[in-house]
Ligand binder design. Structure first.
Ligand code: I3P
Length: 126
């Protein structure tokens, strides 16, 4: 878990606010429930927090996320038929958990897409 991993202190790649909904759990479809979430991309993980973590000196080890996903072996693509919203990222973990991430800003969504894809590709090569 993040709190057990001091290495994460030095590995935060990106943070920011996005709209998020989980759409599947272990391959089983879930009802959408869009909500704003604070995302922290660090190490192998994408972590979701209810509130922004912007205090000086904050690190992923400082507080437990609401939820966290392991990006090893994950797949990412643009959600085309999965939402009526714009700029929607879709990703799926190896365990069959699926999420949508969305921003009103195309640039913000693009940056997150590239960042998450970069981590997945790095993990694929390990
Ligand atoms: C859902 C809600 C979601 C919408 C979803 C609806 O209704 O409006 O915002 O997803 O569409 O079912 P409810 O609040 O009653 O659960 P998008 O905004 O991503 O389109 P969907 O069922 O077509 O996925």
């Amino acid at each position: 878990s993040p709190t057990d991993s001091p290495d994460l202190l030095h590995m935060v790649e990106k943070t920011g606010q996005l709209n998020k909904t989980k759409i599947a759990e272990g391959g089983r479809k879930l009802r959408k429930c869009w909500a704003s979430s604070w995302l922290v991309l660090a190490g192998n993980s994408l972590m979701f927090y209810k509130d922004p973590k912007v205090a000086a000196g904050w690190t992923p080890a400082s507080s437990r996320p609401e939820s966290s996903v392991d990006l090893r072996g994950a797949r990412i693509d643009w959600a085309r038929d999965l939402s009526s919203k714009r700029n929607v990222i879709h990703f799926r973990t190896v365990t069959g958990n699926e999420y949508l991430l969305q921003s009103g800003s195309e640039a913000v969504s693009q940056d997150w897409y590239q960042a998450i894809r970069g981590v997945i590709r790095r993990l694929d090569q390990e």
